[in-house]
Design a protein around this ligand. Structure first.
Ligand SMILES: NC(=O)CC[C@H](N)C(=O)O
Length: 234
């Protein structure tokens, strides 16, 4: 839903960790969607009045120990976790997804790609659930293309967690051409409430017809703007 000029524009926080890479593109995507990107620094606790949070891709803390394992201890993550538990929409893209899993805000883990190489290419996906703050603008079952670029994108979880994710319709995006060996072709999942979503592909790199490969990433921001405008996070 386009933002109504009578309403204040939605403020979306974008966290920068040391080693974040895609924070600038995320901010650009947020601005292009008509919202206000609010840059949040990793060692600040204040969320500065944002109504949603985007944890961007990259190599936080150099991916030392494990991707996302150090970022989860940053000051900002205490505030993000509190906000997420209070219902605020939070999305983690790629390294951000890794941070969400390491934080325990999402179940499972992202491990090294099965082929053990970094891979960067457009990923065909199916939208499995539109029942989240970040995917409601898509059509259930829609096939979309969003770039994926990572070395640690292989989603894994134990059998009972996988069963729970499937039973509760919490697999949000599935690869049509699994690029990394993720179990059940999982490219994105949500928490039980649907406000926290993690996804390996990068919607902020699929908003511009000129650069391609699609504009399918725009639906992520359209969804969260509609969610915030509907007052669902009040
Ligand atoms: N593009 C990214 O966010 C990379 C994420 C992560 N550090 C990996 O290589 O798996």
């Amino acid at each position: 839903m386009a933002s109504n000029s009578a309403e204040p524009r939605v403020r979306i926080g974008i966290v920068t960790f040391p080693g974040s890479l895609d924070d600038r593109d995320a901010a650009r995507a947020v601005a292009r969607a008509g919202a206000v990107p609010v840059r949040l620094w990793h060692d600040e606790g204040a969320l500065r009045g944002v109504q949603a949070v985007w944890l961007p891709g990259g190599f936080s803390y150099g991916d030392y120990l494990r991707s996302g394992a150090i970022a989860r201890f940053s000051h900002v993550m205490d505030s993000v976790a509190d906000a997420a538990r209070g219902g605020m929409p939070v999305i983690g893209v790629c390294n951000g997804f890794q941070v969400l899993c390491e934080s325990g805000l999402l179940p499972g883990a992202l491990t090294q790609n099965a082929h053990m190489r970094y891979r960067n290419r457009p990923a065909p996906l199916r939208v499995e659930s539109t029942n989240t703050a970040w995917t409601s603008a898509y059509r259930q079952g829609a096939q979309i293309v969003i770039p994926a670029k990572h070395k640690d994108g292989r989603f894994q979880a134990d059998a009972s967690t996988l069963e729970m994710l499937e039973d509760q319709n919490r697999v949000v995006l599935r690869y049509l051409d699994n690029p990394n060996g993720s179990v059940h072709d999982i490219a994105g999942i949500t928490n039980a409430e649907g406000n926290v979503v993690g996804m390996m592909p990068h919607p902020e790199h699929a908003i511009d017809q000129l650069t391609g490969p699609s504009t399918d990433g725009r639906g992520i921001l359209a969804s969260v703007l509609s969610h915030v405008h509907s007052g669902a996070t009040a």
